[in-house]
Design a protein around this ligand. Structure first.
Ligand code: LLP
Length: 409
C-alpha cells in the first residue's frame, strides 16, 4: 500500500513502527473543501480548527495558512496555537471546569473566552473582565457516534444548561460585559447531514429567547464541530456540501425570524479535517492460535486508544494483501498488559503472518494526540508526506525522555 505515493513498507523500514503518517495535501484539501462548501454571499462563516484532534505544529500551520482560527481547550493548547502563529483574535478558548490559572492564561492572551458555566464567570472576574464572552450552552440534546463522545444533553458534563442561559448572560451584562457570542458542541462523529441544521434550529430558537429577554445581539453563533468521517462498517461518508447548504438556510431564516441582528456563523471542526488524512502503521509481532486466533501487533491502546475507550472500529488492512481473500477470523490486539487492549474481535483478515504490516486507516484524528507511554511503551513518531517526500514531524519518544522526569529522593 502507498500513502500519497510513498510505500508503507519503506516508511516502516525507515522510521520503524508503530508510526503515524499523514498526507498533508489531503489535509489541505479537506480544509478547502469545507470552506468552499460554506462559502456564501450573505453569511460570514468563520472556522476554528479543533486542535485537540491533532496538534502537531506543522498541521496547525496548514490550517493557519488556510485562514482557520484555533479552538483551544487548555493553556497548553493555547500556548502552542500562539507559538505556531495563530492570531489571538482568531482563537477561541473553550475550557470546562476552568481553573483560575486556565482563565488567567486565556485572559492574558486576549483570546475569545467561551465559558462552560455560570460559575466560571465568577472565577473569570477574579482575573479580569474581558469585553466579550461566550457561553457554551448545552441545549439539552446531543448526539455523537458513541455515548462517550456525546457532549450535549442531560448526561453530558459540558455547558450551561439552556434553562440557566438567560441568567448566565444576565449576570455577565450586570457586571459590564458588553459583547457576546453563543456556542454549542453537542457531539462528535455524526454522519447524518440533517442533524446539523436541526440542532442549529433548536439552538437558534433558544438564542431567540435570550435575545427577547435581554436584548443581546450575538456577534457570533458557534455550532461546534462534530462532522463525522466513515470508519469500519459505516456505509456512507458525510455530504458536507449538503450540511452547509441546509445549515446556512436555517441560519439565514432564523436570524431573520428571530431578529438576531448580524451574527457570523462559526464552526469548530476537528475530525473531519484530519481524520482521513492519517494512517497508523504497525507490525505483527506474534500470532497465537488458542481459544481464538489472536494477531498481536506493536501498536496498542497506548498508540491508538479509540477502540479500548469507545469500542471504535478502524479499518485494518494487511500491507500487500489488500486484495487477498479473507481466510482468517481473528482478534487483533496490542501488547499492553490489559485485556481491553483489543482493536477488533472476529475480524476477517487475509492469511496474516508475523512481520506483516497492519495499517489502520482514518487514524489522523484523536490518534497520536491520545497516545501514552503506559507499560513504558513510548509514544510513536509521526511523519508527513509533503510534495511526494516523507518528513519526520514528531520523533519517537524515548526511554530517556520519559525517565528525565523522575526525581530520586
Ligand atoms: N469543539 C469542541 C468544544 C469540542 O469539544 C470538540 C470535540 C470539537 C470542537 C471537535 O469535534 P469534532 O469535529 O472532531 O467532532 N476523542 C474522541 C472525540 C472527542 C471529541 C471531543 N470534543 C474520538 O476519538 O472519537
Amino acid at each position: 500500500m502507498n500513502i500519497a505515493g510513498i510505500s508503507v513498507r519503506e516508511l516502516a523500514e525507515k522510521y520503524d513502527t508503530p508510526l503515524y503518517v499523514y498526507d498533508f495535501a489531503k489535509i489541505r484539501q479537506n480544509a478547502r473543501r469545507l470552506k468552499q462548501a460554506f462559502l456564501s454571499d450573505d453569511v460570514e462563516v468563520d472556522f476554528y480548527y479543533a486542535m485537540k484532534a491533532n496538534c502537531n505544529p506543522e498541521i496547525l500551520g496548514i490550517f493557519i495558512s488556510e485562514g482557520y482560527g484555533m479552538d483551544c481547550v487548555s493553556p497548553g493548547e493555547l500556548r502552542l496555537a500562539l507559538e505556531t502563529g495563530a492570531a489571538a483574535d482568531h482563537i477561541l478558548y473553550t475550557g470546562n471546569y476552568e481553573s483560575p490559572a486556565d482563565l488567567q492564561a486565556a485572559f492574558n492572551a486576549g483570546v475569545k473566552i467561551n465559558l462552560d458555566d455560570i460559575s466560571s464567570l465568577g472565577r473569570l472576574l477574579e482575573v479580569g473582565k474581558p469585553e466579550l464572552i461566550t457561553y457554551r450552552i448545552n441545549p439539552g440534546k446531543g448526539r455523537g457516534k458513541y455515548e462517550q463522545i456525546t457532549t450535549g444533553g442531560d448526561k453530558a458534563k459540558f455547558g450551561v444548561p439552556y434553562e440557566k442561559a438567560i441568567q448566565a448572560y444576565k449576570k455577565a451584562m450586570d457586571v459590564g460585559i458588553t459583547r457576546f457570542g453563543a456556542h454549542m458542541m453537542t457531539g462528535s462523529g455524526v454522519l447524518d447531514e440533517e442533524h446539523f441544521p436541526r440542532m442549529l434550529e433548536l439552538f437558534m430558537d433558544q438564542l431567540g429567547e435570550i435575545k427577547k429577554a435581554l436584548g443581546i445581539n450575538f456577534e457570533f453563533i458557534d455550532m461546534g464541530g462534530g462532522l463525522g468521517i466513515p470508519y469500519y462498517g459505516d456505509k456512507k461518508s458525510l455530504d458536507v456540501e449538503r450540511v452547509a447548504r441546509e445549515t446556512l438556510k436555517v441560519f439565514r431564516r432564523k436570524v431573520r425570524e428571530l431578529n438576531l441582528g448580524n451574527p457570523t456563523l462559526a464552526l469548530e471542526p476537528g475530525r473531519y479535517l484530519v481524520g482521513d488524512a492519517g494512517i497508523l502503521i504497525s507490525r505483527v509481532t506474534g500470532i497465537k492460535n488458542g481459544y481464538r486466533t489472536l494477531v498481536g501487533i506493536d501498536a496498542g491502546f497506548n498508540t491508538l486508544i479509540r477502540s479500548a475507550l469507545y469500542g471504535a472500529q478502524h479499518t485494518i488492512l494487511v500491507d500487500g494483501k489488500e486484495e487477498s481473500e479473507p481466510t482468517m477470523l481473528a482478534d487483533i490486539c496490542g501488547q499492553i498488559c490489559e485485556n481491553t487492549d483489543i482493536f477488533a474481535k472476529d475480524r476477517k483478515l487475509p492469511e496474516t503472518e508475523e512481520g506483516d504490516l497492519l495499517i489502520f486507516t482514518q487514524a489522523g484524528a484523536y490518534g497520536s494526540v491520545m497516545a501514552m507511554p503506559y507499560n513504558l511503551r513510548f509514544r510513536p513518531a509521526e511523519v508527513a508526506i509533503v510534495d511526494g517526500e516523507d518528513k519526520l514531524i514528531t520523533r519517537r519518544e524515548t526511554y530517556e525522555d520519559y525517565i528525565s522526569r523522575f526525581q530520586r529522593i
